[in-house]
Design a protein around this ligand. Sequence first.
Ligand code: ATP
Ligand code: MG
Length: 250
Amino acid sequence: MGYIIAMAGKGGTGKTTLAALIIRLIKEKKLGSILAVDADPNSNLAEVLGVEPAGNIGEILDDICSNSDKVPAGMPKERFIQHQVQSAIQEEEGFDILTMGKPEGPGCYCYVNNVLRGVMIKLIKDYDYIIIDNEAGLEHLSRRTTRSADRLIVVSDASSVGLKSASRIIALAKDLKFEVKKSLLLVNRLNKNIDNQKIKETGLDYLGHLPADPQIEALSSAGSSIFKLDSNAQLFLALNLLGDKIWKRN
Ligand SMILES: Nc1ncnc2c1ncn2[C@@H]1O[C@H](COP(=O)(O)OP(=O)(O)OP(=O)(O)O)[C@@H](O)[C@H]1O
Ligand SMILES: [Mg+2]
């Protein structure tokens, strides 16, 4: 069964960057097969991983819902959706990637989404690691992917407002009955020591903090891939040190 690492956190905290870097580290350590899932409608995980995004699930479902004659005669709809989802998976060097795309409008979608969830649950079993990059907040997390995770990594800045928002996200995950084995707070873009009291007050399981890295800023403004990041870069080294707590199965 795939080991699911889901990223969450408020807008712009670094979810996509860190999801991509986790994917790179798992790949370079040869820990197993990887499925990267971009569950943010404003998809940019493929770009950060340096690959050209192909089709997405939103488009496929739209197509099926608006043209029911797309389903070949005699083929159960579920099999057809499964086939279409499978064909939307991009196989890249060292990882596969699936882009969920925009959420659906009203229509036949409820049924299709249920089928999709079933398909995703089966699909997840085919990989050793599934890394899901989510959109900001948790409200939408995610009707279309999975409601369980081995690790929910909540990325935050070090501000009180940021940390409160991280706590809210974890509380919401509980309210929404997500099956999360472990939620971990990860503070990003902090170059000094963390105020331990502030962390303690959150009551969250604290993974650690990562520095603001000028190399990442430069890569990001050039639109370059995370694979171009020097393996001596501060962020690379720091995440590598915390990594076992993220991806080590126990
Ligand atoms: N440790 C870091 N050091 C420097 N820059 C960083 C760091 N982490 C992320 N960034 C930069 O911050 C910006 C936002 O990061 P990112 O897109 O990963 O956040 P996000 O949480 O996925 O945002 P959104 O909520 O919009 O999806 C990017 O330009 C990224 O390069
Ligand atoms: Mg993002």
